[in-house]
Design a protein around this ligand. Sequence first.
Ligand code: MEV
Length: 425
Amino acid sequence: MPRLPRSFRKQDVRRRSRLFCEALELSSAERRALIEDPELLDLADVMVESAVGFMPLPLGVAAGFRIDGRSVDIPMATEEPSVIAAAGYAGAIVARAGGFSTWADEPLMSAQVYLDGVPPEREAALRAAEPEVAETVAPLLDSMRRRGGGFRGLRVRRVEAGPAARRGTVCVELVIDVRDAMGANVLNSAAEAAAPALERAAGARCVIAILTNAASERKAGASFRVPLPKLRRRGLGGGELAERIVFANEIALSDPERAVTHNKGIMNGITALALATANDTRALEAAVHAYAARDGAYRALTEYRVEDDALLGEFSAPLALGTVGGATSFHPAARASLRLLENPGAAELARIAAALGLAQNFAAVSALVSEGIQSGHMRLHANRLAYNAGARGAEIAQVAERLAALGSFNAETAARELGAIRSSS
Ligand code: MEV
């Protein structure tokens, strides 16, 4: 199974990319897909309409996670500097303390058929339509059933508030076990196929038939326990750092303005993994943020506490990630990412995502309550300034180092220092 060498992180980008390709034994087409290739326009064309090319994002690896007793290197695609470094930092601290423990629900998703103006006495008929609906959707769920999934039942509920409630709108939910798929396509097909039978049963018109991205029954979670003596940062001892983290989390549990940024930090990790595996990032984000507001107030999705001389961290949320179907199955970079993860099933990918989201939050909050995040950001920003000034290869680090030493992070200084480096070589 693919393992990256321990020194992976310290190599330059060309060697890192070569090591990645070698470890995963990527074909030449897959290697080109990770970089850029005009021949891959066909891939863009089957992925979206009116395609003109690709918008390549960096694909990186947060190496050295320990999840449920297993070593895991996590692929991440993101445009934001310091996200992968932060994940790797937190992953290493937790790994030294024994790693993350994770869990995931069964992959139950639901498709919804909304019916307009259903009289109360017809609700029983809707429930009684379950066998007919099961039979109608069965052919669509064949391959899912072969993998142990399929139709699990039908629920009927009234929309409770607002104009839709006054019109007597009823939602019929088809519950489907989608196994390793994210499931959107099959759920939408099932909802549309079931709609006519439900219209007949209700004597009412179908308004909308589509999955819900809320994925409320498909949650995953992660936790860790780091003994306080193993925690320290920038002159802060473990006890002090842990206490500050717990308090920062309490602020994000109480104040929605802070909670939004706190949860955004969690999604820095989860969305990057979703993108690396060509999952639907918007569906995930919608579900996670809706879950954060499930009791009416938007709150942090993490919990921290100090117990028995250790910091405990926990995170859970709906995480509807797929490992088969959609672009996940054919995008070469997504396939390489899944291979790096040793081809997990959907539940396992969700568990890895939960651990990564918690790690990302732990790293961000640790930095925020100690030295702040800007010092790390400015170091990475210096690399971008160097690149924009025209530095390439080894020049990038040289220019960035000079900017950091001068404490001057702007385009003019970058251009001047690049000129100085070139004229002295
Ligand atoms: C930056 O992308 C993410 C953070 O703002 C998250 C947080 O504030 O917790 C650092």
